[in-house]
Design a protein around this ligand. Structure first.
Ligand code: AMP
Ligand code: FE
Ligand code: FE
Ligand code: ZN
Length: 289
């Protein structure tokens, strides 16, 4: 028996704060979501849940519903795969251990990237630390911000197109579990796994169908189809898979504050799909106003 529905759309289920590579505190991210007329929002920082409490307070005080989330780093062969996870238990030991491992390795990896860049440019690890708030999950965006502060790039996009482009030779990968492990950990923690921007162009392009079917068999719940980085051709293929396997489809902005042009609500998730996520997730509850 379901009770009275306690949330409303429009819903944006993919937003970042400075607890990872967004540029605003979690409360400011929820305020931005509110300004863009959203009624339900998730915080999905990379590999951390540290922003949940602050975001939940801010969202509910604005009359919005907060959906606890995360974007877990994974890797399939050479592809970087971003696994959105909703409503999982943030204290699940197995998932926490994996998050800690990824975050720890990201730190050493960022330092190795900076050491390589420092051979050719005037950049120090301290510059990057200065761009990183507290125990935020460190990523290339923080190195980009340090390059901008040093006058070596105009903005993050220019840094990624320039010095941070893997072709420049400074790239170092970080540890990440394979997507099947990621799905199993999220499901094991009562969460709902959904692949973020599943069909981008370039080297991270869509995983092969047999891999996707195995992920779905393990509990992958759906795909973030409405996202500015997805290709039209890839979306068409995944829409057919969604029909075949009765999956969830989400749409979201992937807001990073000033770190990307993406704006809250530029894509949204249908109410019916938000309800399916809420019905599936058992590790924690949405936070209602
Ligand atoms: P990392 O996980 O450290 O390899 O860095 C990847 C992150 O960089 C992603 O989560 C994106 O948010 C960000 N990113 C990738 N490309 C760009 C870009 N062109 N402009 C701004 N941010 C980017
Ligand atoms: Fe990011
Ligand atoms: Fe992502
Ligand atoms: Zn993201």
């Amino acid at each position: 028996m379901t009770g009275e529905r306690r949330w409303e759309g429009p819903s944006d289920l993919h937003l970042h704060s400075l607890r990872s590579d967004g540029t605003e505190p979690p409360a400011a991210v929820m305020q931005a979501a509110h300004r863009y007329a959203l009624r339900t929002a998730a915080l999905t920082d990379h590999d951390t849940t540290s922003g949940w409490a602050e975001a939940a307070d801010a969202a509910t005080s604005l009359g919005m519903t907060f959906l606890p989330g995360m974007e877990l780093s994974a890797k399939q062969e050479w592809r970087s795969v971003h696994m959105l996870a909703f409503l999982f238990d943030p204290d699940d030991a197995a998932l926490r251990a994996e998050m800690d491992r990824i975050r720890g390795d990201r730190m050493g990896r960022a330092e190795r990237i900076v050491n390589k860049i420092a051979r050719d440019y005037d950049l120090t690890w301290d510059d990057v630390v200065e761009q990183t708030h507290g125990d935020a999950t460190v990523g290339r965006p923080h190195i980009a911000d340090a390059l901008v502060a040093r006058g070596l790039a105009r903005d993050r996009a220019a840094a990624f197109a320039g010095i941070l482009n893997p072709r420049q030779g400074y790239y170092v990968p970080h540890y990440a579990p394979d997507p099947l492990t990621a799905v199993r950990l999220i499901v094991g923690a009562g969460g709902v796994p959904i692949i973020a921007h599943p069909t981008p162009s370039g080297r991270d392009r869509m995983m092969p169908p047999d891999v996707l079917h195995r992920l779905i068999d393990a509990g992958l719940a759906g795909f973030e189809l409405d996202h500015r980085e997805n290709t039209e051709g890839g979306k068409k293929i995944l829409r057919a898979l969604v029909q075949e396997r009765d999956l969830i489809v989400t749409g979201s902005s992937d807001y990073h504050g000033l770190g990307k042009p993406n704006l809250p609500g530029e894509n949204t998730t249908a109410d019916e799909m938000v309800q399916r996520i809420i019905d599936l997730g058992t590790g924690t509850s949405p936070v209602y106003p």
